[in-house]
Design a protein around this ligand. Structure first.
Ligand code: UD1
Ligand code: CA
Length: 464
């Protein structure tokens, strides 16, 4: 049994009112179309996926999927509707014959691989020529309605603009997902243009197949969220909310505590260990991995980062492409920029920015610092207001701070520079030369007091 999939994505998506093709819009960190492609690829036995692209979506979709060996592209020359799009897709099979063709729109990102699998199984078991996935919708207005015969079999699909008032009351709708046996596909040529829209509707194949004595079935599903089709910005938000809820429920089932389901946004490729606690207003993006027993306080965003177990991320912290080792604490108001690696039990405190730098075990930068392009050893104390001066306007230079160093507050370390093991930098120093191990380096002007200077300068009563 050979099965292929055709995913329809040639349209621009006018209702989005956007210069970006609809299925390229971002949903939880990924283009909408990637979700259908991932779901299709999770179905056993699908050996080829054809993505139908058009002149609006060609460039961006090719950019996204060209590296995927399972995906090939078919170009739909003019946007003549979903039936024409499928024809273009079949053209992309280069004459290769398949027993079954799974067809779906690229704008329904919540679909699960197992649901597609179930639909194909049902199609094969039922000996169907066409199987349509339908679902019950609370607001069916943006979907085609499923019209059934008195005996309950499916008769046709009617799009909203073509439906009568009575038909519009039907809440069983078309998901835009179908399985076709190869004997049903020639019927595509019998579809007439819909005069109102000037398009060939794939949905018309249902009535045509029935009229031609082929077996058509609609498999009815009840979890509406899984079939949300995105046509507008409002539906994009609806899909986002449904996906957010699905993901949040999953992590709660896995033993993660969420304090606010609505404002916690965990993207699909994130993983979180049990007994981690997430406060409200937290966004976790990309391929972030969070270990067990962490606490993520409010207003934190974490992107593509790895956080080991028992880490505390305090309020209003941004973490991008960084690593945080076990038991460390970061924040509040900290910024870990790409390439920050925070050691075990290290502490990064208020208003500290770290970029492309490693901090060793138990090292602390607790207040108001910039650490860029630095290798900082173990048990180092970086005083408040310490700045690595890593950039001379043209090039970036490295700062090395070895183990057990103490950097006094408000110091500048002008890179390239190395502070040797156990050295001590006096507060307020500007360090421009390497500091030997265990030395004290101090570069500030010695303090002096000019006695009665104020009295001599001012003659007002206030100063007398
Ligand atoms: C379609 C179905 C509707 C169903 C809904 C489910 C038809 C006529 N209607 O309506 O019954 O309830 O999906 O979400 O099929 N596309 C092309 N080329 C075209 C036209 C569309 O590739 O010429 C692609 C689009 O990029 C999109 C998909 O097909 O990914 C569906 O098109 P869309 O315009 O969103 O159809 P709906 O009006 O939502
Ligand atoms: Ca749609």
């Amino acid at each position: 049994m050979k099965t292929c999939a055709v995913v329809l994505a040639a349209g621009l998506g006018k209702r989005m009112k956007s210069a970006t093709p609809k299925v390229v819009h971002n949903l939880m960190g990924k283009p909408i179309a990637t979700y259908s492609i991932e779901a299709v690829k999770a179905v056993a036995g699908i050996s080829k996926v054809v993505l139908v692209i058009g002149r609006h979506s060609e460039e961006s979709l090719k950019g996204i999927f060209k590296a995927d060996p399972m995906v090939s592209f078919a170009f739909q020359t003019s946007l003549l509707g979903t039936a024409d799009a499928l024809k273009s897709g079949l053209g992309g099979l280069n004459g290769e014959q398949f027993d079954y063709t799974l067809v779906m729109t690229a704008d329904a990102p919540l679909i699960r691989g197992e649901t597609l699998q179930g639909l194909i199984d049902r199609h094969i078991q039922g000996g169907n020529a066409v199987t349509v996935l339908s679902f019950v919708s609370k607001d069916p207005s943006s979907y085609g309605r499923i019209i059934r015969n008195p005996d309950g079999t499916i008769k046709s699909i009617i799009e909203n603009p073509d439906a009568t008032q009575e038909q519009r009351k039907i809440n069983e709708v078309n998901s835009g997902i179908y399985v076709f046996s190869k004997d049903a596909l020639p019927l595509l040529d019998k579809i007439q243009i819909n005069e109102k829209k000037g398009e060939f509707y794939l949905t018309d194949i249902v009535s045509i197949a029935s009229e031609n004595g082929l077996k058509v079935e609609a498999q009815k599903m009840f979890d509406e969220d899984e079939f949300i089709g995105i046509n507008s910005r409002a539906e994009l938000l609806q899909a986002l909310n449904a996906m957010k809820r699905r993901i949040n429920r999953h992590w709660m089932d896995e033993g993660v505590t969420l304090m606010d389901e609505n404002t916690t946004l965990i993207c699909p490729d994130v993983s979180i260990g049990r007994d981690t606690i997430i406060y409200p207003n937290v966004i976790i993006e990309g391929k972030t991995v969070i270990g067990e027993g962490c606490v993520i306080y409010p207003n934190v965003r974490i992107v593509d980062s790895t956080i080991e177990r028992d880490v505390v991320v305090k309020d209003s912290t941004l973490i991008e492409n960084s690593k945080i080792d076990t038991g460390a604490a970061v924040g509040p108001f900290a910024h870990l920029r790409p390439g920050a690696a925070i050691g075990k039990k290290a502490k990064v405190g208020n208003f500290v920015e770290i970029k492309n730098s490693t901090l060793g075990y138990n090292t602390k930068a607790s207040h108001l610092s910039y650490i860029g392009d630095a290798a900082v050893g173990d048990n180092v104390n970086i005083g408040a207001g310490t700045i690595t001066c890593n950039y001379d306007g043209v090039n970036k230079f490295k700062t090395v701070i070895e183990d057990n160093v103490f950097i006094g507050s408000d110091s500048q370390l002008v890179a390239p520079v190395t502070i040797g093991k156990g050295a001590f930098v006096g507060a307020g120093s500007t360090i421009t030369q390497d500091v030997p191990d265990n030395a004290l380096a101090i570069s500030r002007v010695r303090q002096r007091a000019i006695l009665d200077w104020v009295k001599a300068k001012f003659t007002t009563d206030k100063h007398k």
